[in-house]
Design a protein around this ligand. Sequence first.
Ligand SMILES: [Zn+2]
Length: 99
Amino acid sequence: MTDAIETKVVENKDEVLPPPPPARVPRSIKTWSENKQKYFYKPLDPAYTMQHYYKHKRNMECAICSSVVTTQMHKHVKSRRCLLVKEAVQKTIENLQCN
Ligand SMILES: [Zn+2]
């Protein structure tokens, strides 16, 4: 019994070679975000990007006009609706500072 096991081990030692390390494939690429003005890691797999997008997609509340934003926030901030509120807020602040 012991002889058989020992021979097996020896055979394995001869056969098993250290496997070559797998080539590292990047799954994301460092990309500059124009909207956020910072770098982020963009996944190279478009399917993953879509999954991530729909997983985290939700309506956000605008910090300026407190309306629910269903479109992209950076577009909403430049919209007339939001700019009007922003101007009104700035005027109010200016009035408060004068008094
Ligand atoms: Zn807004």
